[in-house]
Design a protein. Structure first.
Length: 219
């Protein structure tokens, strides 16, 4: 008995594809480069409280990635499973090259913007704040599949800390013209959670159809 080597796993839903973080980062770059009126709202430098909170959130993210690694998230996550169907995803050395070089170049560009200082400091940190919304997917997927989804425990801690400490400290430095963006951050969280929940239910259904056709033992 052998198992088919290349499984056509269904593509991850738009939320699982990190659209929240990517769109936030794209908007931050657009605002910083082309919308000076809005960029002025981010002219403050990071406070020591925000810097410390950022460091703690990074430590929590490290813990989250460790939990995700040791619970084999890469064997469950729609993004990783679908990536395995790509040509580079089936070649370990090429996959390592793409992953490392892509990350290296992206971080070089981010470091460049951070070195430039305001408004880029708060603009770039906006993307990190949005990561707190993205990490809701772990608990939402656990609920959707009625079982533990890798990384859920530390993701809850990361999201809670980001919402209670990092984001409030970040938003306090942004000139919002009297608008309470922290309240908006809290308000959108349930909708994103529900979005992840139903998206994962849809993906599990698609994956089940693939399992019936492809993910079977053959002689």
């Amino acid at each position: 008995m052998s198992i088919s080597k290349t499984i056509p796993y269904p593509k991850a839903g738009i939320l699982s594809s990190m659209v929240i973080t990517l769109v936030t980062a794209a908007l931050a770059i657009i605002v910083g480069l082309f919308v000076p009126v809005l960029a002025q709202r981010f002219n403050a430098s990071a406070s020591s409280e925000l810097v410390n909170s950022f460091l703690i959130s990074i430590v929590l993210m490290v813990a989250h990635k460790l939990e995700s690694y040791f619970t084999n998230e890469y064997d469950h996550c729609p993004v990783y499973l679908h990536a395995s169907t790509k040509s580079w995803g089936q070649k370990p050395r090429q996959a390592v090259f793409v992953g490392f070089v892509g990350t290296f170049l992206a971080m070089a560009f981010i470091n460049y913007l951070l070195v430039k200082g305001p408004p880029w400091t708060l603009l770039i940190l906006a993307a990190w704040a949005s990561q707190g919304l993205h990490e809701l997917h772990h608990s939402a997927k656990s609920l959707a599949q009625k079982s533990y989804y890798p990384g859920t425990i530390t993701s809850i801690i990361f999201v809670a800390y980001g919402a209670s400490s990092f984001f409030p400290k970040w938003s306090a430095l942004v000139n919002t013209g009297g608008h309470d963006i922290t309240a908006w951050y809290y308000a959108v969280m349930p909708f994103i959670f529900v979005g992840f929940y139903f998206e994962h239910k849809w993906w599990l259904k698609k994956k089940g159809q693939v399992d019936c056709k492809e993910f079977v033992c053959t002689s």
